[in-house]
Structure formats: structure tokens, C-alpha cells
Design a protein around this ligand. Structure first.
Ligand code: ZN
Length: 304
């Protein structure tokens, strides 16, 4: 069966706060013609420059995947990319009026719902797939991560994370078919470790967090004073540690929500290939640096 390319029926906007910059911004998805692909447009910059969502434009992966073209940046694109792939959308122009898209609830769910409301429509052109014809492996010995893609009839991902942490140890997640994405992966939120959070807060690198857009894991015993300090930074009366080392008012949607979110991130980063990929992905300890290096390797090996 020949699959067709898809776009959205009408424009749709979402507003919110960026996680790292704390800037309030609006994302607007517009329909786009066939073979347009996914492109961002910074409407707050003179000339409204375009930043294409492709791996060659990745400039930073330290706190999410950041892309840039001619010096114009778009931060943290991975959840947007995952929501588009999860919705089966090939062509869309995304207007953004600041550097960093809103983090929303830290998942892809809100964007997928908005795209669904806008309406996903078929276009009069065949969808191109990148069919993997050989095994490609990326490893980073220092970090101990490994990502592999090999030929298969359809796209699937197996993820394993291992943080060697008391609260978040070995977890796995499996996507056998993209039809499982919306329900089982899109709602899964990003997560951080308390120690990491403290560092980010101290260096003023996380301004849009409010305890509802990230799962916070606490590995060690944390003093009351530290909890109070964090509560203050988040503008909360108080925060507490729940069972399983999870901070405050989030309840996990799935026991392995962190591993599922890592899978969501891989779907987003792989979308920087510029077309859906057909192959079986296996990932051990993935992260944005490893994911995007892996995507660059696929581009090189497959000659695209
Ligand atoms: Zn993520």
C-alpha cells in the first residue's frame, strides 16, 4: 500500500513557557505543501528566518535538542518533532515568536491533541521512507550508550535505560508500531534528578519549571531545608517526597514513564532525518547527544 504525505487542515496555536528561558511564547502550526517537510519560522526576528528541522542544523544537545540556521536558534525541538511524527504529519510550517517553544506538560500529548483538532489531511504525493538496508551502530564508550538500527518491515524501538540510581534503575520500553505512540508514549513526561535540578536552578538555567512539567527523582535523603528551598524556587508552599523517590504532586502515568519518555525523545530526534525511517531501533542509555550523533551516522551511512 502506498502511503501519502500529510499536513494539517488549518492553523493551530499553543502558548506556554519555555523550560530553560522561562520566556512565554506561542507556537503556531500552519499547513504546508507536499515535500515541504518540517520547518520553523522565527517570527520575532527581522526577516522571519526559517530554521529547517534537520540533523545538520543541530547545534547543541546539552539540555534538549537545539537547532539553528544562519545563527537563528530554536531550542528544545524534540517533543514537537515527536508529536508531528506521532500524528503522521510530514509537512508543516511552525511559527515561533521566541527562542524556546513552550514545554507545556513536558510531554507530546498537548501538541498531538492540538494537531488532531486542527485535522490531519492526506496530500496528493507519496510519502518517502528511509528504508534501512544495513545494520548501523553508534556507541559512546565513555557514556556507555549504544544505538542500533537494522533492516525490518516496519519501524519499532526497544529502549533500555540504566541510571544506576536507587530510585530509577533499569527500565525498558518497547514500541512495536507507531499506532501505539499516541496512547502509550505521547503522554510521558520529561524527568530530572533532584541534584541536577538544584544545579540548574542555581545557575539560573531552568526558569519555566513549576513541578507539573517534569517528574523529579530524588536519589538521596534530602533535608527539610533543601526541600523548603526548592519549594520557594518553584513558588510552592511546600514540596514533599513521594514513594519511589518522586517529588511532589505528580503521579506516574506508567511505571516505566521515564523509559517511555526516552523513547519519545528518540522518535523526535530521529525525525531530524527529514523523513520517516523504516527499521528496528535498539537503544541503550539514549540521550540527545547520542541520538543526534546516531542520526548523523544514519545520514552518512545511507547516503542521504
Ligand atoms: Zn524529552
Amino acid at each position: 500500500m502506498v502511503e501519502k504525505q500529510h499536513t494539517i487542515k488549518q492553523s493551530v496555536s499553543i502558548s506556554g513557557t519555555g523550560l530553560h528561558t522561562g520566556q512565554h511564547g506561542t507556537l503556531t502550526f500552519h499547513p504546508a505543501e507536499v515535500n515541504h517537510g518540517i520547518k520553523f519560522r522565527r517570527i520575532d526576528v527581522e526577516g522571519q528566518p526559517i530554521v529547517e528541522a534537520k540533523v545538520a542544523n543541530v547545534v547543541d544537545t546539552s539540555r534538549g535538542t537545539t537547532i539553528a540556521q544562519n545563527g537563528v536558534k530554536v531550542y528544545t525541538v524534540e517533543h514537537i518533532m515527536a508529536s508531528l511524527r506521532g500524528s503522521g504529519i510530514d509537512n508543516v510550517l511552525i511559527d515561533l515568536n521566541c527562542e524556546e517553544p513552550p514545554i507545556l506538560d513536558g510531554s507530546a500529548k498537548i501538541m498531538m491533541n492540538a494537531l488532531k483538532e486542527a485535522g490531519v489531511v492526506e496530500q496528493d504525493a507519496e510519502r518517502k521512507y528511509l528504508k534501512i538496508n544495513k545494520k548501523i551502530t553508534y556507541t559512546h564508550p565513555k557514556v556507555g550508550c549504544e544505538l542500533t538500527i537494522e533492516p525490518a518491515d516496519k519501524f519499532s524501538i526497544d529502549v533500555k535505560v540504566d541510571y544506576k540510581s536507587g530510585v530509577l534503575n533499569v527500565q525498558e520500553a518497547h514500541l512495536h508500531d507507531m499506532s501505539e505512540f499516541e496512547e502509550n508514549f505521547a503522554p510521558c513526561r520529561t524527568f530530572v534528578f533532584f541534584q541536577e535540578l538544584e544545579m540548574l536552578l542555581k545557575h539560573n538555567l531552568i526558569k519555566g519549571g513549576d513541578l507539573s512539567n517534569a517528574i523529579v527523582f530524588i536519589e538521596k535523603q534530602v533535608s527539610e531545608a533543601d526541600l523548603k528551598r526548592v519549594a520557594k524556587l518553584f513558588n510552592k508552599e511546600s514540596v514533599a517526597v513521594h514513594e519511589g523517590g518522586i517529588l511532589n504532586n505528580v503521579t506516574l502515568y506508567f511505571e516505566n514513564e521515564p523509559a517511555r519518555h526516552k523513547l519519545l525523545d528518540i522518535v523526535g530526534d530521529l525525525s531530524l532525518l527529514g523523513m520517516p525511517v523504516q527499521g528496528k531501533v535498539t537503544a541503550y542509555k539514549p540521550g540527545h547527544f547520542a541520538n543526534t550523533e546516531f542520526v548523523k551516522m544514519i545520514v552518512k551511512e545511507m547516503g542521504i
